[in-house]
Ligand binder design. Structure first.
Ligand SMILES: [Zn+2]
Ligand SMILES: [Zn+2]
Length: 276
């Protein structure tokens, strides 16, 4: 005889043999989408940002290759384009020429349409040539990693396997992943240059709540003050979850940090900080 509770049992879409009680498929799809977003954000901060853009750490060959493959599958981003756009942001921070500054383009434009601003800058070959000279495409880029849509398509195929062919759940997980990744990475550029504490010169801000959501990148004032620091938390009460990943990579022998101490730029402690 079936009980009312048993009637709500939901089949686990991970395989036909297992069932999980009271885990609705759409909720599972949202969780998988959010988890994939977090994987993408950690890859973005540790590899694209701290390692490739600022050389704050270096990864050994195989972990770097694995990271490039995962970036391709979870974001479809071409690293040299991301690096070039980001270095240009540091070269023209919050002045004309900054690819994604709320002071230049407006807060909502950066928060809601950062991908448009990003593509505009990334599609400029002069930007890539000038700011990513050190990242010439290798044979893997030419064969696979430069084909961003192929990577994302294979990523959707992996969701298809995870959800055992349930397209509804594949669409939910993909939409949650893409939407949350775009909003979260935009927030670093928008909120991280508009709202929060400014312990150092410039308009970049620190927001610990944002740092929890975006793998430490919410400590953005710290980052602009010391861009070659692999660790974004400078004080005891600041927490940088991305650093925990770097510590783990170092323990595995897969990463080396450029320097342990925080090296502030001379301008970072200038008394008349803009945007205060
Ligand atoms: Zn910034
Ligand atoms: Zn940076």
């Amino acid at each position: 005889m079936r009980t009312p509770g048993a009637a709500r049992t939901t089949r686990l879409p991970l395989g036909q043999s297992g069932t999980v009680r009271r885990v609705p498929g759409p909720l599972l799809a949202v969780i998988v989408g959010l988890a994939t977003c977090q994987v993408g954000l950690y890859l973005t901060t540790v590899v694209l940002h701290r390692a490739m853009s600022h050389k704050a750490l270096t990864l050994t060959r195989r972990p770097m290759f694995a990271a490039r493959a995962l970036i391709w599958l979870t974001t479809g981003i071409k690293p040299r384009e991301w690096v070039a756009v980001h270095r240009k942001h540091h070269a023209f921070t919050d002045v004309e020429g900054d690819p994604h500054s709320p002071a230049v383009s407006g807060f909502f434009m950066v928060q809601l349409a950062n991908v448009v601003l990003y593509k505009r800058a990334a599609n400029d070959p002069e930007t890539v040539r000038r700011y990513a000279k050190d990242l010439a495409p290798d044979r893997w880029d030419l064969a696979l990693f430069d084909k961003g849509w192929l990577g994302l398509g294979i990523g959707v195929g992996i969701f298809f396997l995870i959800f055992w062919g349930n397209w509804e759940l594949v669409v939910i997980a993909s939409a949650v992943h893409v939407g949350s990744y775009l909003l979260a990475s935009s927030a670093i550029n928008a909120i991280g240059h508009r709202f929060g504490k400014r312990p150092y010169a410039g308009r970049a801000t620190n927001n610990q709540w944002l740092a929890w959501l975006v793998a430490g990148e919410g400590l953005h004032s710290n980052h602009h003050a010391a861009p070659t620091s692999a660790r974004l938390a400078f004080k005891a009460r600041e927490i940088d979850p991305g650093w925990w990943v770097i510590v783990a990579l170092r323990r595995l022998g897969w990463a080396q940090v450029r320097h342990q101490e925080v090296r502030l730029k001379a301008r970072a402690t200038a008394p008349a900080a803009a945007g205060r």
